[in-house]
Design a protein around this ligand. Sequence first.
Ligand code: UD1
Length: 380
Amino acid sequence: MTAGLSCPTVLCVVGARPNFMKIAPIYAAFADYHNVMQPYLVHTGQHYDEAMKDSFFHQLGIPEPNVDLEVGSGSHAVQTAQVMLKFEPVLDEINPCCVLVVGDVNSTIACSLVSVKKHIPVIHVEAGLRSRDRNMPEEINRILTDQLSDLLFTTEASAKNNLLSEGITESKIHFVGNVMIDSLLANLRRAVPFHQVLRERLELMPGGIEKQGYAVATLHRPSNVDDPIVLEKIINVLRSISEKIPVIFSIHPRTNKMIEQSRLLETNGAKNLYLLPPIPYLEMLGLMDSAKLVLTDSGGLQEETTALGVPCVTLRQNTERPVTVDQGTNTIVGNDPDKIAACVEDILVSGGKAGNIPELWDGKAAGRIVSIINRRYIAG
Ligand code: UD1
């Protein structure tokens, strides 16, 4: 039992934007275990801007974190090391029965490593996804976090095979579904209608752009945005797509920094390429839900578009989420401008993939997770 805390504590870690929609339903599911176990929320501070953090906490109903480590940005080594240094004393003080991490960001691996060396079991939510691309920092984080974890919760069937092939014991693996889709289903009715987002953010008048009459674009992977030549090619293809269908481009801080440094959008010139800063969750949900298609290099958007039935064009060479391609609406095209343009053209002509909802993406993953945690560490 933790000093000052009334029942066994599950320390939950978040760090970056995509972690917030994953932790929200898990945190809420602990309410059913009141007096049995309680969550304790640590935010590492990897993402810290209002647009990248606070609006998500607020809209998703996540309480203020118990602790904010305020690590901020830095190289991979600096950021990971800062999280480890600042997380250790919190772990010593709280002495939880287990530590729950989500996703694949630097905060995920950093907190897992500190915990396991203190013999505190690590629970990984969204385990077993593999792109087989070790140039992606997230792939390294995924492989290592899974090796350190005592309980591994998976979102799709392929993940279990990946884990078994890496020598992970079958009894640790539980296929529970997708907590990111729990958040999507719980919030879809509250999503801000697309015309309101376009009016309030871009001053576009009603009727200017119709439902399914626009594309949404997001980009932030280092492989697409850190090299100005690659980024310029992608922006040019977005410009040419915008001549056929208006494109709403939501610009991540990493991408914005590169665009400003290389002055890539100074002469935008394309009147149907609309630029947005990062926008809150309920606005993005509304924009995606009514879009004709989404162009992205995000992992989360590949899954969210599959859940929404909206065609997704993924600007990467691979995906760690193959169910979105095999069963969902996702097409992997890489970052070759001709291939991107051809895929968009095909969607505009044929309507694109309709897709099916993957198994267990039913809005109930978090409940399954917390029930298994209870059986494994508390009741059992
Ligand atoms: C991180 C994750 C990535 C995830 C992405 C979602 C790792 C290795 N990468 O990438 O997996 O898909 O988050 O957004 O963990 N910045 C701000 N404000 C913020 C946060 C960042 O301006 O609140 C800027 C800083 O200039 C920073 C840059 O964005 O240097 C990159 O941030 P960082 O956390 O290093 O990685 P992301 O690219 O956001």
